[in-house]
Write a protein that binds this ligand. Structure first.
Ligand code: ADP
Ligand code: MG
Length: 413
């Protein structure tokens, strides 16, 4: 069986030259992200530990003759074209649209950006005569956050092209709003935050309510992280994700009645939860909160383990996170469980877990590099036999957040 290394770990090649028909071409890049630990906690104000990666989404901006602001993607059909000349008056007018739905992310960001500037009493710049071509090296819908990579990328490039100089935290909120309000996914702040604030060689220990964060140096030697795409695409995932979001909200309403001084669900400590737990009647909500409280503790422990260089401890927390997502939060599914169990049965794997929303997508594995080839062969054979699916393997570098890529010969701005 062929071993299928995904292309995402390779650096993106830059398309276009420094000049385009006598005018400047600008290239922007937003990474995808992995999340080491802290799953499904970010919409409850809990803790997470993501990191930006070297695969992501690139936008090449070039001049066009008419006054429009046109977005196209190499990865998806169609385009979405706005009137650029009326933008300054706060109007968002679509001239034509033939995308299959991905344009909703673009429309969402543009709308949220205009609204944010208006709310701040800021002037909205005119952005006309621009073609924006998007392409991605991320597997889509796999849990590496291609959607937030796209939304942060667009927020960042609108800000750069319009010289509006919003802080990164404002771009993060714009990106989140686009996905929440225009695409209809109740996604949390973690993905856009990690994509905007990523730092090479570091994970971000992030408090998702206050956005307080610290950078944790990542040194996996003598192990490495391997991401495996299960090949199972998330069908109905967004509705399942929104269901979990609703359950967390329901749990929060009940808990707040008992502990009105608690500011948000993610602030619930294990001790606090142990006193409230017997009063919550719905066993589903109890399981969900058991996961959330335990997961926040694991994020804290994982940070300590990384700071001490205790990789076996760190990896065991990943495995514990998976078990909790499987048994308590119930977002894994047979494919992800098979992939994690297969990986863990291989000697040389310290820990493994599903990553992202769940039900499909990718897993994160801490593996001994000297056993990498044997590991890949082992997982391919076993996992395919169990599920009929072909896994795909990635080794990502931990990279910086969203940025403009300087083309050779262009002056620094
Ligand atoms: P994930 O964020 O886990 O990759 P999502 O389902 O949240 O999965 O987001 C995937 C969607 O994001 C795609 O269906 C598409 O609409 C949009 N998207 C992501 N990357 C691109 C791209 N390069 N071009 C156009 N749309 C994209
Ligand atoms: Mg997404």
């Amino acid at each position: 069986m062929p071993i299928r290394w995904g292309k995402g770990h390779q650096q993106m090649s830059q398309s276009g030259g420094p000049l385009d028909q006598g005018r400047r071409t600008r290239v922007f890049f937003a990474p995808g992200r992995i999340n080491l630990i802290g799953e499904h906690t970010d919409y409850t104000g809990g803790l997470v530990m993501p990191a930006a990666i070297d695969a992501g989404t690139t936008a090449t901006v070039s001049a066009r003759e008419d006054a429009s602001l046109a977005f196209a993607s190499r990865d998806y059909p169609g385009e979405i074209v706005f009137r650029g000349d009326v933008l300054a008056s706060g109007r968002i007018e679509i001239i034509r649209r033939s995308d299959d739905g991905w344009g909703q992310y673009v429309l969402g960001v543009l709308t949220a950006w205009v609204e944010a500037l208006s709310a701040m009493g800021r002037k909205i710049p005119e952005l006309s005569g621009l073609s924006i071509n998007i392409e991605s090296t991320l597997p889509q819908g796999a849990g590496l956050s291609s959607s937030a990579s796209l939304t942060v990328l667009i927020a960042y490039l609108l800000d750069a092209l319009g010289r509006t100089e919003l802080p990164r935290s404002a771009l993060v909120r714009i990106a989140k709003m686009a996905e929440n309000d225009h695409v209809g996914v109740a996604s949390g702040i973690m993905d856009p935050f990690a994509i905007a604030f990523g730092r090479e060689g570091h994970a971000i220990f992030l408090h998702t309510d206050t956005l307080d964060h610290t950078y944790v140096p990542l040194a996996f030697h003598p192990y490495e992280l391997i991401v495996i795409d299960s090949g199972k695409r998330r069908t109905l995932v967004d509705s399942a994700y929104n269901t979990r979001f609703g359950e967390a909200e329901r749990a929060w309403r009940e808990i707040r009645r008992i502990r009105p001084e608690l500011p948000y669900l993610g602030a619930l400590t294990p001790q606090g939860w142990s006193t409230i737990r017997p009063m919550i009647k719905d066993p589903v909500l109890v399981r969900r909160v058991d996961h959330l409280v335990g997961e926040n503790e694991r994020v804290r422990e994982a940070r300590r383990a990384l700071e001490k260089g205790d990789l076996p401890k760190f990896a065991s927390l990943l495995t514990a996170s998976h078990r909790s997502l499987r048994d308590l939060y119930e977002v894994t599914g047979p494919e992800l469980d098979a992939l994690v169990d297969t990986a863990l049965s291989f000697p040389g794997v310290l820990g493994a877990r599903m990553m992202g929303a769940g039900f499909g997508g990718v897993t994160l594995n801490v593996v001994e590099p000297s056993k990498r080839d044997a590991f890949v062969a082992f997982v391919c054979e076993r996992y395919t036999r169990l599920t009929g699916l072909l896994p795909r393997f990635y080794r990502f570098q931990i990279a910086d957040g969203v940025r403009e890529i300087r083309l050779p010969g262009t002056p620094a701005r």
